[in-house]
Design a protein around this ligand. Structure first.
Ligand code: FE2
Length: 709
């Protein structure tokens, strides 16, 4: 039983600098700016006073020159303990497309000088250059990528876009973090944190406001990240790790459905710290000063926004996490449950149904069957109750039986019931003859869900063909709501903003990807690589990461359709920790640069396979995985997988993207460093660092993307 139901944990998806003034003891995290408009910018610092005064009086000066001979604004501000002594203020009345310098002072103590730049007005036809970054895990990882950005682009980029995972909420998640490194995350408030791992070997996830503040304080101790903020305005959104891995709404996913992880206070704590620490134009009061109210916090969170940067760039930044529904396959879905019945499926497939019917799962109505054969139903219920208890040691017998009775009450896969019986050492109740006459549908089992409480078969490792049909059924049944990742209000805003934009380039910054993340083991080119020992149940189209738009396939097509109506619409994405260039057809392209530092998608998949009891044993699996990026590309190239093509993929690099736009073209460059360098600091050796970087470049012109020399 356990051997089968645990099945396989295949492919866990999941990805010489000029320092003007040294950061003083009084401003230990230096300064930052963000969200430039044509007449305003958000400025930030945090002050530490030697006394326990509250508030601490701070003065801001903004000048047009580094020497502050031409001061245009001064402002008296207060740093409050209530906001962790962060100071954030939106300064307006500035001139468009102009560089400004700013500094804060506390008595005689002066902060480092920050440099920032306002946006051009919407009618100014100027070229724009910006960097795109995301996913900067700190634990055991150095920001060499930021050092390279600082070395190469000090004077020539206008701003930095951050697509999320600015912090990671865990102190040492063994799936991707190494807590033994000297670069570690330590919570003082472990009482207020969520304990993960084991009693003997715990790690923690942030939960209290103090925990979330510790994350930002630690990340911002890094000198490279400080310099990035000192040098350029940042335009940031959150992805999942600013709150909790793979969350939706206010619900975390650590226990895979064993516990209800809906936690509004925790989500709000994460948001408070984000508003305090990130120079975003949100969490500000009428007077432009930090003031976080109920209208900023879940369920009213509002970080989605757009910025117009001259006539050539409109940057549109949605929030893909806060308003999304649950993953279509819940982590605690019972594998034997029928998610789509024959009637629904036959109507969707149409006249081709009889030809494909045999490939779906035969099922029985356990209510009807149980009335006729009560012993069969009782036995199945008891075996399933045992399974519930094996997978969740916190369940008592009573609760396990209740859950099992629920699972055995509707349409249930006869294949799964047979498996339950045979794994328990009993004879399978349904013969081949009986299976042949039963109705057929889609169970969670044939979408890849082999355990009750699992991310595998839910957020990762999902069988594409059956899942896409199920997703379509849910999309139709709910009028699209089951896949409305933006939420209806944000979606209306997003569509209206995209369609009405007059800018040359409309850049949609999705925190996670629309690119297909599929390995098609039935593709002849890939099948030819597989050893005989490769298990039959994996000879299918497997979605590696179902946590992004791969898990919302109809919404993805809806968005690509919308983007194809908009001239020069380009998607930039983060989250995946790998570099991709994707052609979604009809002039819609998606650029996903490599992540700054977080464990690459290639490494995560490699680790998951190596530790898997079945897959880890397959001879030659290492060579197959060395070609992981190619497998994704070859798979996507088949129309049976997706109309989208992956034109470039690198699953083992860190780095960033540089984007140039003007009235004619977009030029994109990915700067990349091999992922195995991330544990080494090159902060004192820029020459060695330079030698490790390579770049690839692309140009989009007249709706066509091509590689650049
Ligand atoms: Fe990430």
């Amino acid at each position: 039983m356990r051997g089968f139901l645990r099945a396989t944990v295949f492919l866990v998806a999941v990805c010489a600098v000029v320092a003007p003034v040294a950061a003083s003891d009084y401003f230990p995290q230096s300064v930052a700016s963000g969200d430039p408009t044509a007449d305003s910018v958000v400025l930030w610092t945090r002050v530490v006073s030697p006394t326990d005064e509250d508030p601490v009086a701070v003065q801001l000066e903004v000048a047009t020159d580094f020497d502050f001979t031409d001061v245009v604004t001064t402002r008296d501000l207060s740093a409050w303990a209530e906001h962790d002594y962060c100071v954030k203020v939106k300064v307006d009345g500035l001139q468009p497309y102009r560089t400004y310098y700013y500094r804060f002072s506390y008595g005689e103590e002066v902060s480092p000088i920050g440099r920032t730049k306002t946006a051009p007005t919407p009618d100014m036809n100027v070229p724009v250059r910006f960097a795109v970054v995301y996913c900067q895990d700190y634990v055991g990882r150095y920001y060499n990528a930021y050092e390279k950005l600082l070395l190469d682009h000090d004077e020539d980029i206008d701003f930095v876009v951050h697509l999320g995972d600015y912090v990671y909420e865990t102190t040492g998640d063994p799936e991707f973090q190494d807590p033994t490194s000297e670069r570690k995350m330590v919570f003082e408030d472990t009482e207020g944190a969520i304990q993960l791992g084991t009693e003997d070997n715990p790690n923690y996830a942030a939960a209290s406001l103090a925990n979330y503040r510790t994350l930002y304080r630690t990340y911002r101790s890094d000198e490279m990240l400080q310099q990035v903020h000192e040098r350029w305005p940042m335009i940031a959104i959150w992805d999942d790790h600013e709150y909790s891995n793979d969350y939706w709404g206010a619900t975390a996913t650590y226990t895979n459905g064993r516990e209800d992880e809906y936690n509004v206070p925790r989500k709000q704590n994460s948001e408070r710290a984000f508003y305090e620490w990130v120079p975003i134009d949100a969490g500000l009061g009428e007077d432009g000063v930090l003031d976080i109210g109920a209208d900023d916090l879940y369920p009213n969170s509002h970080i989605y926004r757009d910025l117009i940067y001259g006539s050539n760039l409109h940057l549109i930044l949605p929030d893909l996490r806060t308003f999304r529904p649950d993953h279509l396959i819940p982590e605690n879905a019972f594998p034997g449950e029928i998610a789509v019945d024959e009637e629904t499926l036959a109507a969707m497939v149409g006249e081709g149904w009889p030809a494909v019917r045999g490939s779906f799962d035969p099922y029985v109505d356990m209510g009807v069957l149980g009335a006729a054969l009560p012993i069969l139903r009782q036995t199945a219920t008891l075996i399933a109750a045992n399974l519930y208890m094996m997978e969740n040691s916190d369940l008592d017998l009573f609760s396990a039986v209740r859950l099992s009775e629920e699972a055995m009450s509707g349409n249930v896969s006869a294949t799964f019931v047979n498996l339950l019986f045979t794994e328990a050492g009993l004879q399978a109740p349904f013969s081949d003859e009986m299976l042949a006459v039963l109705p057929r549908g889609i169970s969670y089992l044939i979408m890849g869900k082999t355990a009750i409480y699992s991310s595998s078969g839910s957020r990762t490792q999902v069988i594409k063909d059956t899942f896409d049909l199920y997703a379509a059924a849910r999309y139709l049944a709910t009028g699209g709501a089951a896949q409305e990742v933006y939420g209806s209000v944000q979606n209306a805003w997003l569509q209206g903003t995209l369609l009405a934009s007059p800018a040359t380039w409309k850049v949609l910054g999705n925190s996670y990807m629309m690119t297909p993340s599929v390995i098609d083991f039935t593709n002849p080119l890939i099948a030819a690589m597989l050893p005989d020992e490769f298990p039959d149940f994996l000879r299918t189209k497997l979605i590696v990461n179902n946590e992004d738009f791969n898990g919302e396939p109809q919404k993805r097509q809806e968005m690509i359709g919308l983007l194809s109506l908009v001239d020069n619409a380009v998607v930039i994405s983060g989250d995946i920790h790998a570099a991709f260039v994707t052609d979604h057809q009809n002039g819609v392209y998606e650029l996903t640069p490599p992540a700054i530092s977080s464990s690459t998608n290639g490494e995560i998949v490699q680790r998951a396979v190596a530790s898997d009891p079945i897959l880890g044993q397959i001879p030659g699996i290492d060579q197959i995985l060395e070609n992981y990026a190619l497998l994704l590309q070859v798979s996507a190239s088949s129309p049976a997988v997706s109309p989208s093509d992956i034109l470039y993929a690198n699953t083992y690099s860190h780095g960033y993207g540089i984007f140039d736009v003007d009235a004619d073209a977009m030029h994109i460059e990915f700067e990349q460093i091999p992922s195995d360098e991330v544990g080494t600091s090159y902060y004192d050796d820029p020459e060695a660092l330079n030698a490790l970087f390579t770049s690839v470049a692309f140009t989009i012109e007249n709706g066509v993307l091509s590689p650049s020399p």
